[in-house]
Ligand binder design. Structure first.
Ligand code: NAD
Length: 401
């Protein structure tokens, strides 16, 4: 029997975990991994690079450190299109790659919601390059203040108050005292504003936890505007609506973290999608295409318990990857595939290095304990996607810092 061609698109949490699992199996198949960079990055930690509390190399590693060259062919390339009819992937530079089975794990992009000025003036946190660019922008503005003495150079607006924003605020408020010290200006000159459209903050946590988390950030100087949707981003200000009136905050640093969507390759390839996500079958294949698995941020999986799709998280992406590895083997053997089931282990958000909030094991956690849990989660995912040696090099062991 000729060898099956399995192609995995994307080396994020979902894609790399899938390849790690597939290369351990004894499948009669050629496995190819395609990714636009030759490295993997921990998307859940981009806020640290953007805030300047960790260098990019701490949250990234070479794909080659994980894959077995004898079992997996790695192609560095950017996927342009998936041609479902001809079972072929087209790359931006013109090459094509054929598949019998495809695992699409192309991840997320920033969502502008069509708001004017976002693409030109907002700094998103979607990959290493954008996170580093956001840090450079902030540092440049703070340096600039020394001769401009323009207050907007010390003003930061964080758009949205979701997980990424809150974790970014935690990091940046940890670093700002050091920046103020280095550049010799009083810390209270820095203005940090977080603008959220919804009427409440951190609604995914109990009110006790969200009050605690918001309290920690307020104490560090963050001003929250709530129930105030952003309407426009300008070169050095953010326009929002409050009680039917348009208002504006000046800022030279505007961090755009109002949510994400799945890769635009999904829509361009003609999949039935919503915000770049395909509602997959319980076995994680695309409806009508049993040869295509779709996982991670390009997929939506229905949570039967509440009739809504699960939120896209690294935890669910890693679980989906394990199910795809099992289902791939079953598919090749001509057996029936299994349904993916998900039991969340909980959620933790860091608020800088040694503070956090979380809910896990049916309990609320806050402060140092939650921050230790968060570091444990980062370490665990390094093991799930990487190797023990990568964990030793990149892991978080500074529990008492
Ligand atoms: P998100 O969707 O969780 O949060 C975006 C926030 O921006 C929301 O509160 C939304 O109301 C607000 N918003 C949207 N449009 C707005 C507007 N015009 N004006 C003002 N506010 C606006 O997005 P995220 O933080 O990028 O997270 C993406 C996904 O990744 C989520 O599913 C999240 O759960 C997950 N994530 C999890 C963790 C963690 O578990 N620690 C960390 C980061 C991200």
């Amino acid at each position: 029997m000729s060898k099956m061609k399995i192609v995995v698109l994307g080396a994020g949490y979902a894609g790399l975990r899938t390849v790690k699992g597939l290369q351990k199996k004894n499948l009669n198949a050629d496995i190819t991994l395609i990714n636009k960079n030759d490295y993997h990055y921990e998307a859940t930690q981009l806020h640290e690079v953007a805030a300047g509390t960790q260098p990019a190399k701490k949250i990234s590693f070479d794909v080659k450190d994980v894959i077995n060259d004898n079992k997996v062919k790695f192609i560095r390339g950017t996927v342009k299109l998936i041609d479902k009819e001809n079972k072929q992937v087209q790359l931006k530079k013109g090459a094509t790659v054929d598949y019998d089975y495809l695992v699409v794990a192309l991840g997320f992009e920033s969502e502008s919601f069509g708001i004017k000025g976002v693409d030109e003036f907002g700094w998103p946190l979607v990959d290493i390059k954008t996170a580093e660019a956001a840090k450079e922008q902030l540092d440049k503005n703070i340096r600039n203040y020394q001769h401009s003495l323009d207050e907007k150079d010390l003003s930061i607006v964080v758009c949205g108050a979701g997980f990424t924003s809150i974790e970014y605020l935690g990091e940046i408020t940890n670093r700002l005292p050091r920046l103020a010290d280095s550049y010799k200006f009083p810390i209270d000159k820095i203005k940090i504003t977080c603008i959220e459209a919804m009427p409440s903050l951190l609604p995914m946590f109990s009110s006790n936890l969200s009050d605690y988390g918001v309290g920690v950030l307020k104490q560090r100087g963050v001003n929250f505007l709530v129930g105030t949707p952003i309407k426009e981003i300008k070169a050095d200000s953010v326009v929002y609506e409050e009680d039917g009136e348009l208002k504006e905050v000046s800022a030279s640093t505007i961090i755009w973290t109002t949510g994400v969507r799945g890769s635009s390759v999904i829509g361009a390839s003609g999949f039935e999608e919503r915000r770049g996500r395909v509602m997959v079958e319980p076995n994680l294949t695309v409806p009508g295409h049993p040869e295509i698995f779709m996982i991670g941020d390009v997929s939506a999986v229905m949570d039967e318990a509440n009739g809504r799709p699960y939120p896209t998280t690294a935890q669910i992406a890693l679980g989906q990857a394990d199910q795809v590895v099992e289902n791939m083997e079953l598919a090749i053997q001509g057996k029936e595939l299994k349904s993916f089931t998900f039991k969340s282990l909980g959620t933790v958000a860091s608020l800088g290095n040694n503070e956090g909030i979380g809910h896990s094991f049916n309990k609320d956690w806050k402060g140092w304990t939650a921050s230790v849990m968060k570091k444990g989660i980062v370490d665990k995912s390094l093991l799930q996607v990487g190797t023990p040696s990568l964990l030793m090099k990149k892991g978080r062991f500074d529990f008492w810092h």
